[in-house]
Design a protein around this ligand. Structure first.
Ligand SMILES: NC(=O)c1ccc[n+]([C@@H]2O[C@H](COP(=O)([O-])OP(=O)(O)OC[C@H]3O[C@@H](n4cnc5c(N)ncnc54)[C@H](OP(=O)(O)O)[C@@H]3O)[C@@H](O)[C@H]2O)c1
Length: 245
């Protein structure tokens, strides 16, 4: 490996938006750590796709809500590749549940994976990133909608947006940018899960562009923030959503 080749971790890169981000960064000459929770085969398929196209990647299992697992994810990256330039914290879950006394477990799971996971991954990124590094977390444009049933998810992602802005301030002086990308509805398993065709069509029609986003479009937004043209963008929430505001 060339000493100059930059290294990126993408959490939740076995499928959906994370997979597209991993492929895009590899195309941009990053060595990519393809993190996943349970989908080992899918993560390995992403690695194979990257290698087939001439890039470098490694799959690393780690539940990002588990502090020891996050330590291991970063340690494995640094042991194998010796540097870390970019962390895209994309892993997340979305579970529906109205705000009722018997759905506390939905809140606990959302906070554990989406918020505690973001804390752990961003904290570790802040500890080890090279000068000039980039941290990008995934939020969601659904924060602007406040749909019934989205309480736990929206609470967790609002927390992520808060962490991004605070961390950008805490990293003053290190030339590290910290931003979030907040997609509108994107055609992935997370979005389609539990929705009827009618519900999908209704939500897809809400944005002025009248369609779902594609994972590659979110990957393009992340690539902008990671690349030289995104260097002055810091402590921002970039809402890539077709106008789903
Ligand atoms: N799709 C949308 O409409 C949409 C809109 C706004 C924001 N987002 C956000 O974008 C991100 C990606 O969403 P997506 O639609 O691509 O989701 P997805 O298709 O469900 O994929 C989720 C990814 O996260 C990983 N993951 C889940 N829990 C994890 C954990 N505890 N530790 C490590 N990895 C974990 C999964 O790994 P395994 O395969 O191993 O389970 C998978 O790679 C999420 O943060 C989501 O909230 C999505």
């Amino acid at each position: 490996m060339s000493k100059q080749q930059k290294v990126a971790i993408v959490t939740g890169a076995s499928r959906g938006i994370g997979r597209a981000i991993a492929l895009k960064l590899a195309e941009g000459n990053f060595t990519v750590i393809v993190n996943y929770a349970g989908s080992a085969e899918k993560a390995q398929a992403v690695v194979t796709d990257i290698e087939t196209a001439g890039g470098r990647a490694q799959a690393v299992q780690a539940d990002i809500s588990d502090a020891a697992a996050v330590e291991r994810l970063f340690a494995t990256t640094l042991e194998r590749f010796g540097r870390l330039d970019v962390v895209v914290h994309n892993a997340g879950i979305m579970e529906m549940g109205h705000i009722t006394t018997d759905s506390l477990d939905v809140l606990d799971r959302a906070l554990s994976v989406n918020l505690r996971g973001s804390w752990l991954v961003m904290a570790k990124a802040a500890e080890v990133l090279e000068q000039g590094g980039r941290i990008i977390a995934l939020s969601s444009s659904v924060l602007a909608k406040s749909f019934p049933g989205y309480g736990a998810y929206i609470a967790s992602k609002a927390g992520v947006e808060g962490l991004v802005k605070v961390l950008a301030n805490e990293l003053r002086g290190r030339e590290i940018t910290v931003n979030a990308v907040a997609p509108g509805p994107v055609a992935t398993e997370l979005f389609f899960e539990g929705k009827s065709e009618e519900q999908v069509a209704h939500i897809a029609g809400m944005a002025p562009l009248e369609r779902l986003g594609q994972p590659e479009e979110i990957a393009g937004t992340v690539a902008f923030l990671v690349g030289p043209d995104g260097g002055w963008v810091n402590a921002q929430i970039l809402r890539a959503n077709g106008g789903f505001a």
